[in-house]
Ligand binder design. Structure first.
Ligand code: SF4
Ligand code: SF4
Length: 713
C-alpha cells in the first residue's frame, strides 16, 4: 500500500496496564493478538480493510509472536486457510467484507463448519449494510444458520468488543465450531479506548512448529464422515454453544422501571437504540434505559431460556433487527409460543423491513412501539411529540433549501486512469453503435453513473467477463466486458478468462491495470510486482493471459484516448475469432499522488527544480457547449461565469484540483472539440535558463500580440 500504517501498528504492542485509544477495527486487531492466534488471513474490503493493512505493516510483531499472516487471493482462500484449525489446536482468524465475501467463501465455510475445529476459528465480517454500503443489501445471518456456525454481533463498546473476541475463541473451542463476528461500518470506524493485555504467544507458531501431522477421517468432508458430522453439530456442538453462551453471559440484560415492556436488539445496534431512547427521555445521558433491554451480542443461536426469562411478565417486546428477512423476530415468536408465553412480539410492523436503522428510523419505530404498548409510568404525549418535532425541523430545512438536496453520486478521482477508457468507449459507440458492456466491481463501476452511463450489468467481483458469456453469443455485435486487475486475480482469471478461452468466447475484455485493489485502499495484488513484504512477485496479467492461451492481447496506456479508441475499434471489428483483451494500463492516480507528493515536498525543500503540469481552458475560445465535461467527467473540469458580457452561458474551467493527467486535452483532440485547452508547466525553483526562456517567451508573445515587448497578461 502507498499509505503506511506503521503508527497504528505501534498500538498493537501495548500490554498489561496500557490503554489503547483508537478505531474499532484496530481494537479488533489487537484483540486477535491478545487471544493468541497463530494465523490471520483475509481479503480487503470496506469496512475491514484496515485490519489487513495494519497487519501487513506489522511484520516485527508478527515475526516476534510467530504469527503467520496471509494476504489471500480471495475470500475463499481466506476461509480455506482456517483448515489449519480442523486438525490442530491452533487459533486463527479470517477477515473479509460481507455478504459478498461470505458468498465467495461459502464453499470452504460449509466444509469447515461440517468438519468442525479443534483450535478456535473467528471469521471477522465487515457487515457492509446500510446507507454507506457499497454492495448488495443482504445479511450474513443466513450463512450462520445454514452452516450451523455461531454469529456474534457485539455491542459497539471497545472493552466489550475486545472481551467478546477473546470469548469467541473459547466458544469456538468449547463447541468445536467456527464463530463469525459481524461489525457494521459504524462499529469499525468508532473511536474509543480499552485497557490492553499482553499479546499472547501462540503455542503453535512459525517459531514453535508442529512436529507431527494429524489424520482423522472423522474430520474429512466425505461420506460417511459427513453424516456423523451433521449429527455431531446437532447433538453435541449446538448444545455446547448454548451452554457456553449462557454460562459466560455473552448476552446482556438490563431491568428498568417500565418493566411491562422491553426491547430485544442485535448487540451492534445498541448505541443507536440508546440514542433514540435518550431523545424520547427513556434513557439518561449515561445510557441507563428506563425500558428493560436484552442486548444480543450473540444473534445465532438464541438461548431459549434467556429469551423466555426476559419476556416473562411483559405485555410486549420490540425486536430491533436490521435488514431482512426477520430471522430474529420470527425465531423469538416461535420460542415464546413454545414456552407458552403470550408476550406480544413487535418488530417489522413499526420498524422498516429493509434499510439501515439509523437513529431517526429507530426514534420513529420505538416511539410508535411505546405509544402502542402503553407501558405504565410513561409520558406518552412527550414520546409522540419528539418525532413530530424532528419532522417539523426537516420540513423547515427543505423549505429553506427550496426542495430536496441534490444527490451527489460517487465518481472517479480527479485524474483517474480509468476514466479515459470510458471516454474512448463512448466515442467508439458514436461510430459503431451502442455496445453491451458487462461491468464489474471496482472503481470502474462508477462508469455506470453519469456522465458515462456505461455498463449494463454488475454480477460480482471479477465476474465481468463471465457475465457476458450468454449475452455475447445472442447479440448482433461483440460485447465488451470490464474487469479490474483486483477482480482479475480474485477470480476473473479462472471464471472469466479460462472459461472464455475454453468456450471460445468471441468478445472483448478490458482489464483495468492500475496496479492495486484501488477501491479498497490500494492493497498490493500479484501484478503490483511486489507483495506486502516488498518481495518481487514476477507475476503479470499479460503473462497469465498468454499462459492460458489468449492470443489477442494489447497493452494501451489509458490516457491516450485516440490509441485506446483504435484498440477498441480493432477488437470490436476484427474478423479474428476468440477473446480479445485490452490491458488498460496506468497507475491509480490516488496512489500516484500519495506516492509523489511527499517526494515533491522533499525536492522543493532541497531547492530542486520541480515541474508540475496543469491544464486550463482558454476562456476566449470556449464556446460553452460543455462537450468536454460530458466526455471527461473529471471533477476538476467545471464551469464558471464568462467574463465576456456577450457570452451568456458559463464557460468551462479547470480548477486547482487538476493533477495534469491530460485527459481533457486528449478528449478535445480525439472528439474534435474546440481547441480551448492548453497545457501549462508550472516550474518551481526555476533555474537561470528557465527564467531566460520565460523572458524570451513573454517577449515573443508580446510582439505577436502587439502589446509591446515583455507584455504579459
Ligand atoms: S482510487 Fe484510483 S482507480 Fe479508483 S477512482 Fe481513484 S484514481 Fe481511479
Ligand atoms: S488534466 Fe483535465 S482531466 Fe486531467 S485532472 Fe486536469 S482537468 Fe482533470
Amino acid at each position: 500500500m502507498e499509505r503506511s500504517f506503521k503508527r497504528e501498528a505501534e498500538s498493537l504492542k501495548l500490554g498489561d496496564g496500557d490503554v489503547f485509544e483508537g478505531e474499532g477495527i484496530l481494537a479488533i486487531t489487537k484483540a486477535l493478538l491478545q487471544s493468541g492466534v497463530s494465523y490471520v488471513g483475509g481479503y480487503q474490503g470496506a469496512p475491514v480493510s484496515h485490519l489487513i493493512d495494519v497487519l501487513a505493516d506489522s511484520s516485527d510483531i508478527l515475526d516476534e509472536l510467530g504469527i503467520h499472516f496471509e494476504a489471500c487471493a480471495n475470500e475463499a482462500a481466506a476461509a480455506a486457510l482456517c483448515a489449519a484449525s480442523i486438525n490442530y489446536p491452533i487459533r486463527g482468524a479470517a477477515v473479509w467484507k460481507s455478504t459478498v465475501g461470505t458468498n465467495v467463501a461459502s464453499d470452504a465455510l460449509s466444509n469447515l463448519a461440517s468438519a468442525g475445529v479443534r483450535g478456535g476459528v473467528l471469521i471477522i465480517l465487515g457487515e457492509d449494510y446500510g446507507e454507506g454500503a457499497s454492495i448488495i443489501q443482504e445479511r450474513s445471518h443466513a450463512f450462520a444458520m445454514k452452516s450451523q456456525m455461531w454469529l456474534l454481533d457485539p455491542r459497539p463498546n471497545l472493552t466489550r468488543v475486545v472481551d467478546l473476541v477473546e470469548k469467541a475463541y473459547e466458544l469456538s473451542e468449547a463447541s468445536n465450531t467456527p464463530v463469525m463476528m459481524e461489525f457494521r461500518i459504524r462499529a469499525c470506524h468508532m473511536h474509543g479506548r480499552f485497557a490492553t493485555r499482553d499479546n499472547r504467544r501462540p503455542a503453535v507458531s512459525r517459531n514453535a512448529l508442529l512436529q507431527e501431522p494429524d489424520f482423522d477421517y472423522d474430520r474429512i468432508c466425505l461420506p460417511p464422515a459427513t453424516y456423523a458430522q451433521e449429527q455431531h453439530k446437532i447433538a453435541t456442538r449446538f448444545p455446547a454453544a448454548l451452554k457456553f453462551i449462557a454460562e459466560n453471559r455473552l448476552n446482556e440484560f438490563s431491568d428498568g422501571p417500565l418493566s411491562d415492556i422491553g426491547i430485544i436488539m442485535q448487540g451492534g445496534l445498541h448505541n443507536s437504540v440508546i440514542r433514540a431512547l435518550q431523545q424520547l427521555d427513556l434513557a439518561d445521558a449515561y445510557g441507563e434505559s428506563r425500558v428493560p433491554l436484552a442486548i444480543l451480542n450473540v444473534t445465532y443461536p438464541l438461548v431459549p431460556e434467556e429469551i423466555s426469562r426476559f419476556c416473562a411478565g411483559k405485555r410486549a417486546v420490540l425486536v430491533v433487527e436490521e435488514g431482512q428477512p426477520a430471522y430474529l423476530e420470527e425465531a423469538i415468536n416461535a420460542l415464546l409460543r413454545k414456552a407458552d408465553l403470550q408476550t406480544t412480539v413487535v418488530g417489522k410492523d413499526v420498524l422498516p423491513m429493509a434499510g439501515e436503522y439509523v437513529a431517526e428510523v429507530l426514534l420513529d419505530g420505538i416511539s410508535r412501539y411505546v405509544e402502542g404498548a402503553v407501558p405504565a409510568g410513561a409520558d406518552l404525549a412527550a414520546i409522540g411529540a419528539e418525532p413530530a418535532r424532528i419532522a417539523a425541523i426537516k420540513a423547515k430545512a427543505a423549505e429553506v433549501l427550496g426542495g430536496a438536496v441534490p444527490k451527489r453520486p460517487p465518481t472517479f478521482c480527479t485524474g483517474c486512469p480509468e476514466r479515459p477508457v470510458f471516454t474512448a468507449l463512448r466515442l467508439v459507440e458514436r461510430e459503431l453503435g451502442k455496445i453491451h458492456v458487462a461491468a464489474d466491481i471496482g472503481c470502474h463501476t462508477f462508469s455506470t453513473l453519469p456522465p458515462f452511463n456505461i455498463g449494463n450489468s454488475v454480477l460480482g467481483y471479477g465476474l465481468g467477463l463471465a457475465s457476458s458469456a450468454a449475452v455475447g453469443p445472442l447479440m448482433d455485435r461483440r460485447v465488451v466486458s470490464i474487469m479490474g486487475d483486483g477482480g482479475f486475480w480474485h477470480n476473473g482469471l479462472a471464471s472469466g478468462v479460462a472459461g472464455g478461452v475454453f468456450n471460445e468466447a468471441d468478445s472483448v475484455l478490458v482489464i483495468m491495470n492500475n496496479g492495486y485493489t484501488s477501491a479498497t485502499g490500494q492493497q498490493y495484488i500479484p501484478s503490483t510486482g511486489k507483495n506486502f513484504r516488498l518481495e518481487p512477485t514476477g507475476m503479470t496479467i499479460k503473462g497469465a493471459l498468454e499462459g492460458i492461451g489468449v492470443k489477442w492481447v494489447k497493452t494501451i496506456t489509458t490516457y491516450r484516448v485516440k490509441t485506446m479508441m483504435k484498440a477498441l475499434r480493432a477488437a470490436l471489428t476484427t474478423p479474428e475469432k476468440g477473446l480479445k483483451v485490452i490491458i488498460a494500463d496506468s497507475e491509480c492516480q490516488l496512489a500516484r499522488q500519495r506516492r509523489i507528493r511527499p517526494q515533491i515536498r522533499e525536492q522543493l525543500k532541497r531547492g530542486d527544480r520541480v515541474v508540475r503540469t496543469r491544464f486550463g481552458v482558454d476562456e476566449d475560445t470556449c464556446t460553452g457547449d460543455h462537450s468536454c465535461i460530458r466526455l471527461s467527467g473529471c471533477p476538476s473540469l467545471t464551469v464558471k461565469p464568462s467574463s465576456d458580457p456577450l457570452k451568456v452561458d458559463p464557460v468551462a474551467h479547470v480548477n486547482e484540483g487538476c493533477v495534469g493527467c491530460g485527459l481533457c486535452g486528449e478528449v478535445a483532440d480525439a472528439a474534435v472539440l474546440c481547441p480551448s485547452f492548453y497545457r501549462a508547466d508550472i516550474v518551481q525553483n526555476p533555474k537561470p535558463w528557465d527564467r531566460s526562456l520565460d523572458r524570451l517567451r513573454r517577449t515573443m508573445i508580446g510582439l505577436l500580440a502587439g502589446t509591446g515587448a515583455g507584455a504579459h497578461p
